[in-house]
Design a protein around this ligand. Sequence first.
Ligand code: FAD
Length: 456
Amino acid sequence: MQASPNSLSSHHVAVIGAGAAGLVAARELHREGHKVVVFEKDDQVGGLWMYDPRVEPDPLGLDLTRPVVHSSLYKSLRTNLPRETMGFMDYPFVTREGEGRDPRRFPGHREVLMYLQDYAREFGIEEMVRFGCEVVNVEMIDSGKWKVKSKRKRLDDNNDRGDDFADHEDFDAVVVCVGHHTQPRIAEIPGINLWPGKQIHSHNYRIPEPFRDQIIILIGASASAADISVEIAELAKEVHIARRSAVDDTCEKKPGYDNIWLHSMIERACEDGTVIFRDGSVILADVILHCTGYKYGFPFLKTDGIVTVDDNRVGPLYKHVFPPILAPWLSFVGIPYWTFPFPTFEVQSKWIAGVLSGRIALPSQEDMMEDVKIYYSELEASGVPKHHTHNIADSAIDHNRWLASQCQCSCFEEWRIELFREIIKNWRAQPKMYRDEWDDDHLILQAHEDFNRRIS
Ligand code: FAD
């Protein structure tokens, strides 16, 4: 349902985080007429795409009081999507001239950061951001507004960081855009407490050099696991990859590699330093590297139990965005994964902005809650574990098109979907070269024709 433009309301909205999700949320909210303040604990925009060579003191990230490094990028990382499919729909990720720019289709991480910086500059988003400002508490107060408490480091005359400076401000609505690739999830391995080797999560992997001549067991099957295993194998003695999806008797050399083996999952780790796989092989290993994903977490958010994180399910959330009881005054951008992240953030943000202004109507709380319950039951009936609640791989197209229909905009153009299918095919056919050799030029042409239409 659409309201008439002269009855639209403007609200004072806090956006938490200035990564890709926070930037597009700020743009769409501002465009809709809302007054926006973006809180960003770092001193620049870009979030995860700000490569940080530091690693955390606790390599598994178990200690919740540790000093946290936000980004999980490794030094060599190139995007796993080609730039045409990755960019925002109304600000295509095309190649740009200039120093330090990377013209490749699957560029290095710095190019993505530069693209996000360009985006922020183009739409005046930086002026809305309070940099160096970490949100430490968000709760609803009696007036129905949200009190957002933040802290920032006070700079002394020498520009050194001094004591924290606390602040608070009331907002009509809060949009949470803090990402979910910082707090490691690790695999549970029987016997691991007595195993004498070193363990590390990919959140703390930057370069392969520390693994020279070692025997590594890497757990995981994601894009990062694939990249890191191949990079480490160039220096390590052996790399053994344990994958939950592999059948139990899997033990084979990875095609094209002399020192990478594919296995089923680990059965147990032993006090003598060996690790036993379900396929029966026994490996005396130096390191277990967990490429096993991340946990959602919103330590600053106090909702009296209305929104919880249970086994990586953030809920209840209507369409992964609005908690029904608090909608539309609290929302989340960037929760679902296995989608095109930036276009999904964009359409989620348009939806939130339109709902807040009254241009787009939400169903009743009861109907939203019922929708969430039906979604959970469907997952359960299909045997999908709770921690995959926000994996929308099978429904990404329908899900995003549904959001787009609410906003009366388009999303996930045919060429984008076709390109994605081609990439998957190409990645399977030539996993080493899929970023540099392809056969989908006709689709790239379509993408660029579409970009030109939008820009002109
Ligand atoms: P982030 O980029 O993490 O931004 C969150 C921001 O919130 C940060 O700036 C952080 O400092 C800030 N913040 C957090 N807490 C607070 C607080 N309390 N107060 C104030 N500020 C706070 N996607 C692709 O499209 N293509 C790829 O090739 C790709 N590769 C990836 C590779 C890796 C290794 C990983 C982990 C992810 C990859 N992704 C990729 C997915 C990626 O997560 C998204 O592209 C996207 O950048 C995430 O943006 P975000 O804004 O949700 O989160």
